[in-house]
Ligand binder design. Structure first.
Ligand code: SF4
Ligand code: SF4
Length: 321
């Protein structure tokens, strides 16, 4: 049916049945329910870029501070494309869970928390260039919401949970990951530098902003001043730019125009670095070979007593002359 799919959350026990926006589910979750907070006590929350933006704002933190305090990285695929999850305490409970009050960041909770008990699948069907979103139901024993007497369509549930805004701002990122998965080995493993760039542009947005507004970046890319101004003050504009820039870095799509000669200049700069590195490596290797030869000539453990031409211990008495 489909060539590739990307699902949020990962590895959840979903029913094989695919749900469309009009499909109905029987579910309700409310503070009086017997399992209240059970899901957050064993949380496994994968984060998308807009989730991080909302949470770091909520916490009044920079993206660096938020990543350090509340997240941990994991590899999303065999090429080690970096993903991020919310940290938990030692028992597996989400750090934002208050045992009495429930979720302390409810208005800014991540996409996965909003969708639960639905899983979102972004798929690309054969012969189609456009990704399509479908849903599936997550059935976990601890969740009693499925026993509640309420029927609701997927679309109504998404609206109720405020999923539209999150999907809108994360969509470019989902498509990027789907493209990476669909690309197959032909595209090759991304370089270490591309993976670092992916991490920074997806999650460490404050650092990505500094990178884009740096003189070096501006000297390389031909971007209107208004775009830089938007990027400076608007997190969402920064994210949209990040998605374009990542497509360029990962797949070579020409979406961010470069200044004439910028590529050649970068190659020349890199060549200087490569040449300096090569020279240093050759010198280090030469020193190793010299050392090895010296040991071979003298025998292991022997001390070289050859006098230094600079001192007068050569045997002749300079003072006698
Ligand atoms: S962010 Fe809130 S809803 Fe999501 S797992 Fe944590 S406490 Fe639960
Ligand atoms: S009904 Fe399900 S989603 Fe709601 S609190 Fe219980 S376990 Fe969590």
């Amino acid at each position: 049916m489909s060539d590739e799919k990307f699902d949020i959350p990962f590895k959840s026990p979903t029913l094989p049945k695919v749900l469309e926006p009009g499909s109905k589910l029987k579910f309700n979750c409310h503070p009086g329910i017997s399992c209240f907070n059970a899901c957050c006590k064993m949380s496994d929350i994968t984060l998308a870029p807009y989730d991080i933006l909302r949470l770091k704002r909520r916490m009044g933190m920079t993206s660096e501070e938020f990543l350090r305090e509340y997240t941990y990285p994991f590899a999303m695929d065999q090429d080690k494309v970096p993903g991020l999850k919310l940290k938990t305490d030692d028992e597996g409970a989400c750090l934002f869970l208050d045992p009495e009050k429930g979720c302390t960041v409810y208005e800014d909770r991540p996409t996965v928390c909003r969708y639960y008990p639905l899983a979102m699948l972004t798929i690309r069907e054969k012969d189609s260039s456009q990704p399509k979103t479908q849903y599936s139901l997550v059935m976990e024993e601890h969740c009693k919401g499925h026993e509640e007497d309420r029927e609701i369509t997927v679309e109504e549930y998404r609206k109720e949970q405020g999923c539209d805004e999150f999907d809108f701002y994360n969509q470019g990122w989902y498509e990027l990951i789907l493209k990476k998965k669909s690309a197959g080995p032909g595209v090759g493993k991304p370089s270490e530098m591309s993976l670092q760039l992916f991490f920074m542009a997806s999650y460490n947005t404050d650092m990505f902003r500094r990178f884009v507004l740096s003189d070096k970046f501006k000297a390389s890319y031909d971007i209107p001043e208004e775009t830089y101004e938007q990027i400076e003050k608007d997190d969402v504009a920064l994210l949209q730019f990040a998605y374009k820039f990542m497509r360029q870095a990962l797949f070579g799509e020409k979406l961010v125009p470069e200044k004439p000669g910028a590529w050649e200049k970068r190659v020349a700069e890199r060549r200087e670095i490569w040449e300096a590195r090569t020279r240093a490596e050759i010198e280090a290797r030469n020193r190793q070979v010299e050392e090895m030869m010296r040991k071979e000539t003298l025998g292991e453990g022997e001390t070289d007593t050859t006098p230094d031409p600079g001192d007068n211990e050569c045997g002749c008495n300079l003072e006698d002359r």
